[in-house]
Design a protein around this ligand. Sequence first.
Ligand SMILES: Cc1cc2nc3c(=O)[nH]c(=O)nc-3n(C[C@H](O)[C@H](O)[C@H](O)COP(=O)(O)OP(=O)(O)OC[C@H]3O[C@@H](n4cnc5c(N)ncnc54)[C@H](O)[C@@H]3O)c2cc1C
Length: 458
Amino acid sequence: MSESLSSHSIGRQSLPRKSTIQIAPYPQSYYAATKSKAPERTSLSRAVEADVCVIGGGLAGLTTALELQRRGQETVLLEANRIGWGASGRNGGFVSAGYSEGLSAIIAKSGLEDAQALYRLSREGAAYVRQRTAAWPDADINPVEGRLSVLRTDDSARLMATRDRLEKDFEHATVYWPTERVRDALQTERYFQGLQDPDGFHIHPLNYALALAREAEQAGVTIYEGTRALALERTGGRHLVRCAGGQVAAGTLVFCTSGYEHRLFRPLTRALLPIATYMIASRTLNEEEQQAISIPYAISDERRAGDYYRLYRGRLLWGGRITTRREEPKALGQMLKQDVTSVYPALGRLQLAYAWSGLMGYARHKMPLIGPCGADVGGDGPPRDGLWMATGFGGHGLNTTAMAGELIARAIVEKDDRWKLFRPYPLQPVGGALGQAAVQLTYWAMQLRDWLDERRSA
Ligand SMILES: Cc1cc2nc3c(=O)[nH]c(=O)nc-3n(C[C@H](O)[C@H](O)[C@H](O)COP(=O)(O)OP(=O)(O)OC[C@H]3O[C@@H](n4cnc5c(N)ncnc54)[C@H](O)[C@@H]3O)c2cc1C
């Protein structure tokens, strides 16, 4: 790595004192209100050593730490707040194959063969979550089978072509639903055809994260909560991660900080755009309301930034919208309720129980950042300096974080080089405030195009 690590550090003098440690509580979400029992871990208060230090206690960090420790690496995980506090404990809970970037764009950049390999990896990630979830029946993760994507424009040819391509090129069989079948299951005229993915399912994501943490600790990982990595230094051939109350010395670091990364490692800060999305959870629906959505699937529409929702334990969990604005809008609940009733007028009396937001980390290319993050990323040399990243999963992180955790652990310990499939998707600056403005404009343009397309179908 050509750049010295200390040039990325925010400087020792700016470290807060131990007494200023602040741990943000979980947001007031449905998941936090129904989370399973979990211990609160202490903050780091001394100097420790490890083979690997993983920074970030979301699904990416937890899976990476677990898989490293299982392979004999003594691993310490640092989480600034609580396990699953970030996007991992706030999301829609959909688990299915694929990435935030669409398949056509992946084929265009990677070529068909590598796109197929990438897709297989993403399916392995979904299978990983399924296996883990089945192994922890007491963890209250409550997996529910079924995933349906629906169109808001009348375009059977497009959906059939998607189905055919998935089957022919990616060996993934899905089921085409004509409009009548969709409208039979979902009481709305907003939707046309649908594509059912029999491999897709949905879970309680925070309980999954907490169970992963438990498993990681049982395997030997040491987890510190309330421990923000504040600065990085290089000393005696090792990396030193400085925190308010202590420090970790490790040969290898893995960055899993996603949309919540804040000036820890400049190349990552510059490459990740935090994008907010919103969710609500209703009170338990009455029988009449439940008829509006008569299938227990994870449902989303195929607009460029569409709605995603599901009935879960009798409630409606509904998510939607994306924005580069970080502050939560005051009328967040009402805003999303309007989205619900614009699709399902029968849910006009829906009573809300929770509304929350979360940040996703997006790279410019909308693919995850997986691999070594030295200056040679993208080149042919071996990974330098023991700096790795598993981050930037965007809005499709439940399967891909699992896949990345395994991939990174195998890469570090077994020299598995499948991470190289992600070389066409390197660390690239997103362009700071200008980049954010460009994304927001793109989103508005996408909304406008979606609206025009829908008008044509109406
Ligand atoms: C509302 C919402 C709905 C979504 N729905 C879905 C869905 O249905 N299906 C799907 O596949 N994906 C979904 N996603 C995306 C998915 O949740 C994310 O891609 C995934 O959880 C990212 O996991 P992560 O571990 O990379 O990041 P996070 O879960 O965000 O974890 C990052 C962690 O790093 C910690 N951290 C940051 N900086 C530091 C530091 N310096 N020191 C120590 N710790 C630090 C943070 O506190 C945080 O806990 C959704 C996201 C949101 C926000």
